[in-house]
Design a protein around this ligand. Structure first.
Ligand code: ZN
Length: 255
């Protein structure tokens, strides 16, 4: 599933269509395609894993889900969910979720939670973890209302970098560790963007799809964790489990 930085890259690729008029729209989604014909694209925005195509008074939200793809000035045999035609080009989106929202995008989203936004607030992100009670950190980081744009790669790599076990409990995390985690989320997301653009992303995976911990040289564990049952890759030697015991957090680190 494309994570936040990949959607920013998509936004940059389609920006040449900003200001252009749609001459025809079609696809297998249930949008009112006639409404789009003749409309001018005012802007492209991204929020978390959503690409937003903005028009006067409404916007289209595209979520690429697990296997979504797009082609610019090109098409594949598969019928697109959404195809936008212009006098000098076309945009095609496949295997994705498309929604038309009759509101201004800027009024619908909180960009403070978007890991790639200039408006990102590390203070709010820290509060989101601190106020999550008994929730596991692996679920909190994937919560799109709290960390918009974090996917499984960012989750696993950030937890490793901060030496936090994915099944740690929010209430047991010390404030300094929360701060460190939040800073790692932001930094890894910005680095992810740079590495992805130069096809170097997988070189910067310490645990995701890896076999050996680069710190301990011990095998990486793989387990579905949290209520989301998403795959976690971690080292149980150097990633500390913060859990509640007698209302105090306790280091369960065997290193
Ligand atoms: Zn380790």
């Amino acid at each position: 599933m494309p994570e936040g930085p990949s959607i920013v890259i998509l936004k940059e690729k389609v920006v040449s269509f900003k200001g252009k008029i749609i001459t025809a729209a079609s696809g297998s989604s249930t949008l009112d395609f006639e409404k789009l014909s003749g409309e001018k694209i005012l802007d492209f925005k991204s929020w978390g894993k959503h690409l937003l195509i903005c028009f006067k008074g409404f916007f289209i939200r595209i979520h690429l889900l697990m296997f979504g793809t797009y082609l610019i000035n090109d098409r594949k045999a598969l019928q697109p969910k959404l195809s936008l035609q212009f006098s000098d080009g076309e945009l095609n989106f496949y295997t994705c979720h498309v929604l038309l929202v009759e509101k201004e995008a800027s009024k619908m989203y909180n960009w403070e939670t978007d890991i790639m936004s200039d408006e990102w607030s590390s203070l709010q992100a820290g509060k989101a973890i601190a106020h999550s009670g008994k929730e596991k950190i692996c679920d909190i980081l994937l919560d799109q209302e709290k960390f918009s744009g974090v996917g499984n790669i960012i989750k696993n790599e950030v937890l490793f970098r901060a030496s936090v076990h994915p099944e740690s409990i929010a209430d047991a995390l010390p404030p300094d560790k929360i701060k460190e985690l939040v800073n790692e989320v932001r930094q890894y997301s910005l680095d992810f963007y740079k590495w992805k653009k130069t096809n170097q992303l997988s070189r910067h995976w310490f645990v995701y799809h890896q076999k050996t911990c680069p710190r301990c040289r011990l095998p990486i564990k793989i387990k579905k964790t949290g209520k989301g049952k998403r795959m976690s890759y971690y080292c149980d030697n150097c990633q500390v489990v913060y859990e509640l015991k007698n209302n105090l957090y306790e280091k369960n680190n065997i290193a």
